[in-house]
Design a protein. Structure first.
Length: 159
């Protein structure tokens, strides 16, 4: 086989492998949504989007809507809608930003912190279901790989 055919075959095999991995990632995203809805969001009377934003604010602190959209990979419209609902429910509030009046950060209220705290047990249950059978080393490898995937995806979205 000529070198050019080997190179073409190698590129094709690599592309096929990468497309297969992309399909698995998309499938996983679909499967993650189901237990997040049934085991976490439904029990809290929150939507999955609202739950994700509570988790984001609990982990990151005060953020503006666009920052949450970027971090969570959500559309600005879905973030805006979920934030409005969370604010109506008294779970988040706007924070003054004297340095940049156009940036409107949100933060958890005491009620929002309590709501987040009640999510810990069902979140742990979903995590346990998903990570079942993975050893600690495999979980660390997965965390490293996911960090790279997230960074690559964010960079590609910003190009």
């Amino acid at each position: 086989m000529s070198d050019s055919k080997k190179e073409t075959g190698s590129k094709s095999t690599k592309a096929q492998r990468e497309v297969g991995l992309l399909i698995e990632i998309l499938r996983l995203a679909t499967y993650v949504h189901r237990p997040m809805k049934s085991k976490v969001a439904d029990g809290s009377e929150l939507s999955v989007s609202e739950t994700r934003l509570l988790m984001c604010l609990a982990g990151e602190g005060a953020l503006a809507g666009q920052e949450m959209a970027d971090l969570m990979g959500m559309s600005a419209m879905n973030v805006s809608r979920a934030l409005a609902t969370l604010e109506q429910k008294g779970l988040i509030e706007r924070v003054d930003n004297n340095d940049n009046r156009r940036r409107k950060p949100m933060t958890l209220t005491a009620a929002g912190r309590r709501a987040f705290d009640t999510l810990q047990e069902p979140l742990a249950e979903v995590a346990s279901l998903m990570l079942k059978g993975l050893k600690a080393q495999e979980q660390r490898q997965l965390a490293d790989a996911l960090a790279k995937l997230n960074a690559n995806t964010v960079a590609a979205a910003n190009d």
